[in-house]
Structure formats: C-alpha cells, structure tokens
Design a protein around this ligand. Sequence first.
Ligand SMILES: NC(=O)C[C@H]([NH3+])C(=O)NS(=O)(=O)OC[C@H]1O[C@@H](n2cnc3c(N)ncnc32)[C@H](O)[C@@H]1O
Ligand SMILES: [Mg+2]
Length: 431
Amino acid sequence: MIDKVYCADVTPEMEGKKVKLAGWVYRKREVGKKVFIVLRDSSGIVQVVFSKDLNEEAYREAKKVGIESSVIIEGTVKADPRAPTGAEVQGEKLQIIQNVDFFPITKDASDEFLLDVRHLHLRSPKVAAIMKVKGTLMQAAREWLLQDGWYEVFPPILVTGAVEGGATLFKLKYFDRYAYLSQSAQLYLEAAIFGLEKVWSLTPSFRAEKSRTRRHLTEFWHLELEAAWMDLWDIMKVEEELVSYMVQRTLELRKKEIELYRKDDIKTLKNAVPPFPRISYDEAIDILQSKGVNIEWGEDMGADEERVLTEEFESPFFVYGYPKHIKAFYMKEDPEDPRKVLAADMLAPEGYGEIIGGSQREDDYDKLVQRILEEGMKPEDYEWYLDLRKYGSVPHSGFGLGLERLVAWVLKLDHVRWATLFPRTPSRLYP
Ligand SMILES: NC(=O)C[C@H]([NH3+])C(=O)NS(=O)(=O)OC[C@H]1O[C@@H](n2cnc3c(N)ncnc32)[C@H](O)[C@@H]1O
Ligand SMILES: [Mg+2]
C-alpha cells in the first residue's frame, strides 16, 4: 500500500511538510507557467500547483494529464487561504499511473446517461458522499442494535413463498422446480425469535414492482427486526429509538456530506427524536379529506396521499391501525376492531412518506390459516411458517426499513435510485 497522506488531511498547520498523495485528477487549469491540479481521493480534494520555474519535469508531466487520470504526487504543503481547503501542495514530482485523454462524464450529462455510466459516476464526490451516509446509517444501526441486545442473523434469499403478495415476486428456475427472490426476510426472522428472541437482518429484498415511482426499486436493502413478546406499541418504540439514533449519529459523523445535499436545512433531521407523532389511519383519512384529497376510508394511501399527509409533520411519524383488507396476511387482527390490523407505518416528512412497514403478527394458528385462505393463498405452501404457531407460539412483532428510502429522506434525494450503488428498476438492470 502506498504510504500516502489523504487529501482532506492536508492542512495549513502542515506548512513546509513533504507529502505523498495518490488519487485522480478532479480539476485542472493552466495559468501562465503554472498548472493547478485539484486532486481527488476518497477523503476529498486538495489543490496541487506545478510551476515550470520550480520543477520543470513535474510541470511537463502535469501539463500532460487529463481529467480522471490516476497519479501519485509528491510535494510540499503551503498554507494558502485562497486554496479550496486553506492549504495546497507545491508539486515536486508527478507519476502518471494512467493518463485519461477523455472522461465521458461532462457537466451537462443527463440523469439517464449518469445511470448508464454509473460505474464511472460512483467516483464523483457527491455520489461518494451518498454512499458514506448510507454506510454510516448502517454503522449507527449496528451500534444501537448491539447495545440493545439484538442478534444479527442471515436469512435465505432463495425462498418458496410470498410475504408481501404474489404480484411482486421474481420467479427463477431452481433445478427441477422454481424458487423466488426474497421480498422480505420476515418469515425467517419469525422462526429465529424462538431461540434468539430479538433478531435483525440486513438483506437485499426484491420486488417485481411495475410502478415507476421515485421511491420504488426492484432490489433494495432491507433492515428488518423481529422480537418475541413485543406488541405493536413496543415495536413502534423500537423503531423510533433505532431511527432516531441512526439519524442523529449520522448527523454527527457525516455533517459535511449531509450539508452537501441539505445545506443548513436539517431541522427535520434534528426533530427525529422520540417520541415520534402517532396518528391513526382514521385520523390520516380525516386529515387528507380535510385537505381536499379524494380518498375514502378503506382505501390505501399511495405516494401522493402520503406526500400530502407529510405536510402536517416536521419529523418522522407513525400511522397505525390500517384496514385489514389492504394489509398483509400475517398481520394480527385488532381485537378491538376486526376491520383493522395491528400495523403501523413510519412516514418520513418532506414528502418522502413510508420508510418503515411493521406490525404485530398473527400468533394464533387457526386465525392465520383463515387469513391465508382469505388472501387466496394455500396453507400447505406455508406449512413451516404455520408450525411456528403450533409449538410454543408467542405474541411477536417486527418491521422492515427500506434503507434507500431513509437515505433519500436524509439527503433529500429526488429518487431512491441515487441511494444505491447500482440501481435496479423495471427499466434498468445494467451496469
Ligand atoms: N419485516 C417486516 O415486517 C417487513 C415487511 N414484511 C415488509 O416487507 N413490509 S413492506 O412491504 O412495507 O416493506 C418494508 C419497507 O421496505 C421498503 N420498500 C418496500 N418496497 C420497496 C421498493 N420496491 N423499493 C424500495 N424500498 C421498498 C419501504 O421502506 C417499506 O416500508
Ligand atoms: Mg409497506
């Protein structure tokens, strides 16, 4: 490994220090007998100046390099308030690792083109910032889950049944039969709680969604928790504590990257502290109707309706108590109102809407069989899952958080596709 100094670590206090840098040419301009190169690496940027009078050989090499050329540079640090980071490097040696005559990404590139060359666009500091924030959100999640006593488990991705409806299953040939790509690890997490009680997993989930919205991917990263003995209200507390910790910790560790996207508009992030507001589905319908939205009780809220609802809040909030017929088979019927289930979604403000879907699960064998039949599914396809209700069944609850949706809200991205390394949508499978 090259014994290098990272660009962001070059500070005015290092005046006079000799440094070795390795990175890519981010910007370049020539003024008189000087070449100014802004070098980029994973930490950020630093300006390097090559002067013909000071070192003609290095100057000549600097004149040759094109944007995104990979280079190793040696030089001396000089404090300079005019430099982008308050300090620059006087270039004394430049080794060209690979020169690039033409880099295909230009300032006027369209979103679709940037997605076509996603493998080249990932290196841009603004895209790298998204990936740093996504990684830090998960680092924070792991910190919280560990201290709160949750066990990480690793569920299967090749499965035989639907969790969230058969319409969005990806089917694939599996030797002499068929399998599906997992829509959610939930059913397997439910099996794990009988030994571990509080479990979590981060897995890719797959949805053959035909809807082309700014919040749907066909492959997304799914953070899911499941806990024995918890009811809906217990798991909602877990959700708000986890999300709050993830957001506040990421604000602390990734302030620079968040400011790149939000500038100083971080009020809703700071507001993400428990308790989050809670409204019932009934109240949500009343609010929407009072705002002129054409929706009746019993109808599902889509992205548009949720967007209007989020206008009422300046932090994440819960909607609970949805009608049974618009929710999944595994959700427990509300004992106080058989029209409803003990389900809650967490919605992000600023128009982002649903980031978490969760519920208390039906733990009664006969009721679950009845729900499976009501949904037109076959109990025999869920025999193992029904077994969990035959051998020491317990009240239990859980939820799934869409990581890209959380990132999209935290950075106010205009589409979840920007929140994933290589987005997968109905029209995009390459690169
Ligand atoms: N363990 C559980 O209880 C999870 C449960 N079985 C489940 O999958 N619920 S969910 O369908 O609402 O999806 C959960 C979250 O997963 C995200 N999600 C769900 N579908 C998508 C798509 N298509 N693209 C991106 N993100 C998606 C979104 O944030 C949802 O709130
Ligand atoms: Mg949902």
